[in-house]
Design a protein around this ligand. Structure first.
Ligand SMILES: Nc1ncnc2c1ncn2[C@@H]1O[C@H](COP(=O)(O)OP(=O)(O)OP(=O)(O)O)[C@@H](O)[C@H]1O
Ligand SMILES: [Mg+2]
Length: 288
């Protein structure tokens, strides 16, 4: 089995004292740190976001990453996608180092972020044509490809030409995945692709993810707060806590890590709570 992604002893700290003065000043003024879209940290606190993480993802696998808020999941994804530089360790995608060969890596991967942004007044077709131009694709052939990809994700003709702002979040998330597929990535990084979706949209997006794996041999790394989703989609699951991978195994093997109570087999949620010692917030709790 060939290895698609190798993460070796990767470490990333935010808010280091050595960070340029102007960056911290700018962070202070704006109330957020440089390239921090979520306004986290404020650029003041020193945060070990990813703490000596090692993992591998094999071809055709969906590796799930579960973890409480702030445990470093998105940072790990941004490190893999060359948007951030690791302080220590190495990351290779199909053998290419993300720091030394970022362009080679970028050609092999794509990322769907938790809050995908679009031109909301434009249609999925217009948004994807715009996206395609960024990959150097133009012309009639691009239109045909965009139609094929959107059709594959279940978008109807009517949705394809209507403004994005009129679409449900589930549908918008599918368009985000479609956009990421334009570059034909061999490794897709999905950061909470189903967070905030209703059960039906969630299932639709999950079906798309399965199809990508089963019919298009796309390897994926997927973060989620939904234990059921991780179990349903992922062959193996890494549990992160405070920047560290505290467990990484198949769902069944993970379940063995939590004590069974009253003869009941532990759930993945039991394992999560056992390993992270945290209580799920209602936002994180899996949908019933
Ligand atoms: N650009 C940044 N600048 C400073 N600190 C950051 C930045 N990005 C993330 N952090 C901090 O790093 C830690 C890990 O954040 P990260 O976003 O990776 O967590 P997460 O597991 O994705 O959380 P969530 O489940 O809320 O999405 C947090 O403490 C966060 O505040
Ligand atoms: Mg995140």
């Amino acid at each position: 089995m060939s290895v698609v992604l190798e993460v070796e002893n990767v470490h990333k700290v935010f808010g280091k004292p050595g960070e340029p003065f102007w960056r911290r000043l700018r962070a202070k003024r704006s109330g957020s740190s440089e390239n921090d879209q979520n306004g986290k940290n404020g650029g003041k606190r020193r945060v070990v976001a990813v703490d000596h993480v090692s993992l591998t993802v094999n071809e055709g696998e969906i590796l799930g990453v579960l973890g409480p808020n702030g445990s470093g999941k998105s940072t790990l994804i941004r490190l893999i996608s060359t948007l951030l530089l690791p302080d220590e360790g190495s990351i290779r995608v199909f053998g290419h180092d993300v720091v030394r060969e970022p362009v080679r890596v970028q050609a092999l991967i794509n990322r769907v972020s938790v809050e995908a942004s679009f031109f909301k007044k434009l249609s999925p077709m217009e948004n994807l044509i715009y996206g395609a131009r960024l990959y150097g694709m133009e012309g009639r052939e691009t239109r045909r490809r965009v139609l094929a990809i959107l059709g594959r994700l279940g978008l109807k003709e009517h949705d394809i030409y209507n403004p994005m702002e009129q679409m449900s979040r589930g549908m918008q998330q599918k368009v985000a995945i479609a956009r990421a597929l334009l570059s034909e990535p061999r490794l897709l990084l999905l950061d909470e692709p189903t967070t905030g979706l209703d059960p039906r949209s969630k299932r639709e997006v999950q079906a798309v993810i399965r199809e990508l794996r089963d019919e298009h041999n796309v390897t994926m790394l997927l973060t989620t707060h939904d234990m059921n989703e991780a179990e349903a989609l992922c062959g193996r699951i890494a549990i992160m806590d405070q920047g560290k991978v505290v467990a990484l195994d198949a769902p069944d093997a993970l379940r063995a890590l939590a004590p069974s109570s009253n003869g009941h087999q532990p759930t993945l949620e039991d394992v999560f709570l056992e390993l992270t010692g945290r209580v799920l917030t209602s936002e994180e709790a899996p949908a019933a």
